[in-house]
Ligand binder design. Structure first.
Ligand code: C2O
Ligand code: CU
Ligand code: CU
Length: 492
């Protein structure tokens, strides 16, 4: 803890940020202003590296042995900025943690050892999980303790992820590194012929800011953690100025001139991305948060809020060897506007992969069969009783402490009408949302819906899985920690 303690010191105000920015004038970019994301930019106090120099790290795959995976949450010192050390708190001491590779319909047990000095909770995001194993925010695993989470995985193949979910402190804990992907595969999916092996890679995108000693910087209001929340300026969200992909700043992946499948996750606390490629290369989106689309969709850009996943194929086969294809974030200029680069270094010896016309079947839910309609409004609360005397973030004016906001019955179909004041990526545990596919052709399953300012969305929600108490929250982690999280219960 000693190494990072100072990086967690609260430091307030725009004046400081401006001074620091001026001191780093030799950076190759000027920091963006957070366009398209809700939050405030936290400027690094150390010059950031030039982009597209560091190779993209590939987190190791972790496959269950006898249905079990063992991981430890622990601190470690890693090199993120070339020549500097950053202390992280990650699963297996890595950020992102290892990529869990599990199978649909096969129970997975994850034994988590807490080798850190903070309380943590493990949540499998997108998992259809019994309540006692879902990572309820106050179900804390104290330092030195160990527990086994059981995931039946009675659900479609999908790019899930796992992360800390500790009450009031998910923001700082995930920022410190407690996040990784958990890709659930299936035989049906394997039979499609999509790229596999070292041409099926996770891309975990997350923004971070660095202190002058290379430490991660996070503006906790109270570094002793006696009270939660971030300093006033970051009440809307913490936006970093350095984009990490798989834990490396603006990295480069050397690719063959062939098809690749990328499971893209926006693991940022608050930053939204709108990804696009140059040199005329497009994405073929094959899946969303909760699995494959019905048909592939060609897309020139993909918007992703925190916690959203996009399963895409990128075909480099028509790209001349030597070309550098850059992935940018068109919501921003400068550092946060750059993501990573693909360097096409060799012709493919062979590529027998394909993207079939039909990827999966999604049974369309019948609107006429909706049992319950709920209106859920995500906004800043009316009172000034929250953090810093400001209003808390709320759902229908309520917060975590107000008990169950609603009760749902197993086997029924609900329609949720979601609405928001500012950007809020809305996420429910246990349940999936049926929505129109991106591009509008067919259907998709999602667990996180990106609400734009002053906008709304309507989703169909089958109540399936397990009974018990779950949470519904905004996945802007600063909003979540500052109370935009409510309880709901599922009953038989
Ligand atoms: Cu990504 Cu409540 O979680
Ligand atoms: Cu979740
Ligand atoms: Cu929010």
């Amino acid at each position: 803890m000693s190494v990072s303690r100072r990086s967690f010191l609260g430091w307030g105000g725009a004046a400081v940020a401006t001074a620091v920015l001026a001191g780093c004038g030799s950076n190759w970019f000027s920091a963006g202003s957070g366009t398209g994301s809700h939050g405030a930019l936290l400027a690094s106090r150390i010059p950031l590296p030039d982009p597209f120099r560091v190779p993209l790290p590939i987190p190791p795959n972790l496959e269950p042995r006898d249905g079990t995976i063992e991981i430890a949450a622990r601190r470690s010192a890693v090199e993120i900025l070339p020549g500097r050390t950053t202390e992280i708190l990650g699963y297996e001491g890595a950020f992102p943690g290892p990529t869990i590779r599990a199978r649909s319909g096969e129970e997975l047990q994850v034994r988590l050892q807490n080798d850190s000095e903070i309380d943590t909770v493990l949540h499998l995001h997108g998992g259809k999980t019994p309540a006692e194993h879902d990572g309820y925010p106050t179900d804390l695993l104290v330092p030195g303790a160990e527990r086994t989470y059981v995931y039946p995985l009675e659900q479609r193949a999908a790019p899930l992820w796992y992360h800390d979910h500790a009450m009031d402190f998910t923001g700082p804990n995930v920022y410190a590194g407690l996040a990784g992907m958990a890709i659930v595969g299936s035989d049906d999916e394997d039979a499609l012929g999509l790229p596999t092996g070292d041409r099926d890679l996770p891309l975990v995108i997350a923004d971070r800011s660095f202190d002058d000693d290379g430490a991660f910087m996070y503006p906790l209001a109270d570094p002793s953690r006696a009270r939660p929340g971030v300093t006033m300026r970051y009440h809307g969200g913490v936006l970093g100025d350095c984009v990490l992909v798989n834990g490396a700043p603006w990295p480069v992946l050397e690719v063959d001139a062939a098809r690749y499948r990328f499971r893209i996750l926006n693991a940022s606390n608050a930053r939204r991305f709108q990804l696009s490629l140059d040199h005329g290369v497009a994405f073929t989106q094959v899946g969303t948060d909760l699995g494959l689309l019905e048909r592939p969709v060609a897309r020139t850009s993909i918007a992703m809020a925190g916690a959203e996943r996009a399963d895409v194929v990128i075909d480099f086969s028509g790209v001349p060897v030597g070309t550098r294809v850059t992935m940018t974030n068109t919501l921003e200029h400068g550092g946060p506007g750059q993501v990573m680069q693909f360097h096409v270094v060799r012709a493919a010896a062979s590529d027998d992969t394909r993207v079939p016309e039909v990827l999966s079947t999604i049974e369309e839910l019948d609107r006429a069969a909706v049992d319950v309609t709920r209106d859920l409004h995500f906004s800043l609360g009316a009172t000034g009783s929250g953090h810093h005397g400001r209003a808390d973030w709320t759902v229908n004016g309520l917060t975590f402490h107000d008990g169950d906001v609603f009760t749902s019955r197993l086997g029924t179909l609900e329609r949720w009408r979601l609405s928001s004041d500012v950007h809020h990526p809305v996420h429910a545990h246990l349940l999936g949302f049926q929505v129109a596919a991106p591009g509008g052709d067919g259907l998709a399953w999602k667990d996180t819906i990106d609400l734009l300012p002053g906008s709304g969305a309507e989703v169909l929600v089958p109540i399936e899985g397990y009974t018990g108490r779950y949470v519904l929250h905004c996945h802007n982690l600063e909003h979540e920690d500052m109370m935009m999280m409510v309880n709901f219960s599922v009953v038989a």
